[in-house]
Design a protein around this ligand. Structure first.
Ligand SMILES: *Cc1c(COP(=O)(O)O)cnc(C)c1O
Length: 621
């Protein structure tokens, strides 16, 4: 049984287990529990998204250092440059942190829509690259020209011949007759023969949505030449899909693109100077060694790209191109951790304290009780079998009317306690029978979050995200666990899986709080998240560190309150407000002071977010 929740596989040393807690491995190493409790002490309940800018910086730094190391090692002459693809995370607290930590790298942004382009134009430092991919209309292309006139270093990627025709038209409108015409740089996306692997492989390959075929490429070349734009063509681009688990498809794509690049360059596209390899650099999400998702390191990735480009340039007698990447998942995923409070354990009723033993119990129940108290390692298997046998008999007795509901409840509790104890005692004998029993006593943890909102790729694609409790890590977790979110949808469940088991602690929520953390949720999940059941983006906060090493909480944004959620859905907020007030004021069941009292309560609830506070009356909230 995995004790450390696979932290050595997925955490990249970003988090460490210290005594009973999991801590941020940075500066004064605060525990996630400490950070969570600080936020909750200010009154913010429900799930919490923690952002760690130092982890964004680490990824950007690692990316540049590995490519610069590879460049040195292979004596490569081209530059290395990178942009962040905004579609991976457009949230302002993320983007502002990213810009803040990346200043020394001349790191830029990639946009795939008009709204993303506006973010890129207003957030990229002048001089740092902006690339614009995806389908574009005349307005979007015009925005690129406006950005170029502002002084931005912007590249439009042509995704089809139609787009190029529009660029030519817009260029006429912006620059006709001007002495100092300003045009964005031009890139062209190649439709590759090679395709990626895995669940996100559709972006590459011949049937992909994007890019020019060889025939279209030649046509584009002619068009650019005729319209005096060939000196603007500086980049060719490809992207073979996200979360590339193997390196082989990338190598194949690099050879293909390298040769296209050399051909265009030798044909007369003399301004051509960069190859943009898109994204796809994978992240290790696995918690169990046999489920690892990638078979290469960043070092190998960088070496392959630099080496192959050098070989092609050498053999074709051309200058080594600048290498450009648009890795998104690799940069963003580790920075966000979702903390979700556990609200309830569903089989908590199977506790010793719930037993209702009588003065005189039916003999079989007395026997179950004795089996439970005298269970030990040597008799565990035999007593387990006896208890299962007794349970069958007792349930029959109930059906025939010989024992009552209290006896039946005692039976269920005692048999559950016996199974749990036997499994603990026999944990080294991994038999089928034990595993089946284990599934039967698995605990369901009701967790205050929405899988649809916060882990959409789990819901849609079965993507695994590392999950673990944030304290009690010095105690062995004994419950095989299934996680239920709070949506009314049975897909909001992370079911116990024997092949990659999750074990959580047996806790009494009347006494204690218990939080789960989901890691690597910083890429794609936030904006893909959906408001199923009207659960919105969780409360989020940026965790910075002072020079002294203490953590600081900045830019806290609370999850939307109920009225704002309805407003967002285009309900008339004022009408709803009036209607609620009217229905209380007109109620014939209430006197004047009761009405005032209820109105007060109502407005308090309306100002809160839609996540649950607590569901146990005596639970500390
Ligand atoms: C989505 C996308 C990326 C980012 O891919 P990751 O796998 O997140 O690195 C890069 N470039 C383009 C063109 C994309 O569409």
């Amino acid at each position: 049984m995995q004790q450390n929740y696979g932290i050595d596989i997925w955490s990249d040393n970003n988090f460490i287990i210290q005594d009973s807690t999991i801590n941020v491995n940075h500066k004064n190493r605060p525990s996630l529990l400490e950070i969570t409790q600080t936020v909750r002490s200010k009154g913010y309940k429900g799930p919490l998204l923690l952002r760690f800018p130092h982890l964004i910086k680490k990824q950007i730094h690692t990316l540049y250092s590995e490519f610069n190391r590879a460049k040195k090692e292979f004596e490569y002459e081209g530059d290395f440059q990178a942009v962040f693809p905004l579609k991976v995370n457009q949230f302002p607290n993320f983007v502002n942190s990213l810009i803040d930590v990346s200043r020394e790298y001349n790191y830029g942004l990639e946009a795939g829509s008009k709204a993303e382009l506006v973010i890129a134009i207003t957030h990229t430092p002048l001089g740092a690259p902006i690339t614009v991919n995806g389908f574009k209309d005349k307005e979007m292309i015009s925005l690129c020209f406006i950005a170029a006139y502002m002084g931005h270093n912007i590249t439009i990627t042509i995704e089809g011949i139609g787009e190029l025709e529009t660029i030519i038209e817009v260029n006429q409108e912006f620059n006709n007759g001007l002495k100092n015409p300003t045009t964005p740089k031009i890139g062209v996306r190649i439709r590759l023969h090679s395709s990626g692997v895995g669940i996100w492989a559709k972006s590459g390959g011949y049937s992909s949505k994007f890019g020019l075929t060889s025939t279209e490429l030649l046509e584009a070349y002619e068009l650019l030449k005729e319209n005096h734009l060939l000196e603007k063509l500086w980049m060719i681009h490809f992207h073979i899909g996200s979360q590339m688990g193997e390196i082989a498809p990338l190598k194949k794509a690099l050879r293909e693109v390298g040769n296209i690049y050399a051909d265009l360059k030798n044909r007369g596209a003399t301004a051509l100077d960069a190859i943009n390899i898109g994204g796809g650099l994978a992240v290790e999400y696995a918690q169990h060694p046999s489920y690892k998702e990638l078979n290469y390191s960043l070092k190998e990735f960088a070496n392959d790209v630099v080496f192959l480009m050098r070989e092609i340039a050498k053999s074709k007698g051309i200058k080594e191109p600048d290498i450009f990447t648009e890795s998104g998942r690799f940069i963003a995923s580790s920075h966000a951790v979702l903390i979700a409070p556990v609200l309830e354990l569903f089989s908590q009723e199977y506790h010793e304290k719930s037993l209702r033993l009588k003065e005189k119990n039916p003999p079989l129940i007395q026997e179950l009780y004795d089996l439970w108290t005298s269970l030990n390692r040597s008799n565990a298997r035999e007593y387990l079998h006896d208890s299962l046998d007794h349970m069958e008999s007792l349930l029959t007795l109930f059906d025939l009317g010989y024992i009552d509901l209290e006896d039946r409840s005692n039976t269920e509790i005692l048999v559950n306690l016996i199974i749990k104890k036997a499994i603990m005692l026999l944990k080294n004998e991994d038999t089928n029978e034990l595993q089946r029993l284990q599934d039967r006593i698995q605990e369901r943890y009701l967790v205050n979050f929405s899988a649809f909102q916060s882990l959409p790729d789990f819901w849609g694609l079965g993507q695994h995200f590392p999950v673990m409790p944030i304290d009690k890590l010095d105690i062995k977790p004994t419950n095989p666990a299934t996680i239920w979110d709070i949506t009314c949808d049975s897909d909001g469940e992370i079911a116990f899986n024997r092949d990659k088991p999750l074990h959580l602690h047996d806790i009494d929520l009347d006494e204690d709080e218990y939080f789960l953390a989901f890691f690597l949720t910083g890429a794609y999940q936030e904006v893909l998240g959906m408001k199923h059941n009207l659960f919105t983006h969780p409360t989020e906060v940026v965790v910075d560190f002072s020079d002294e090493g203490d953590f600081e909480l900045n830019y806290l944004i609370e999850a939307q309150n109920l009225m704002d959620i309805l407003d967002d859905m285009d309900y008339d907020k004022n009408l709803i407000d009036k209607k609620l007030k009217y229905m209380i004021e007109e109620s014939i069941l209430l006197n004047h002071s009761q009405k005032r009292n209820l109105l007060g309560k109502l407005y308090l609830y309306l100002s809160e977010n839609s996540y649950l506070k607590t569901i146990q009356a005596n639970q500390k909230d």
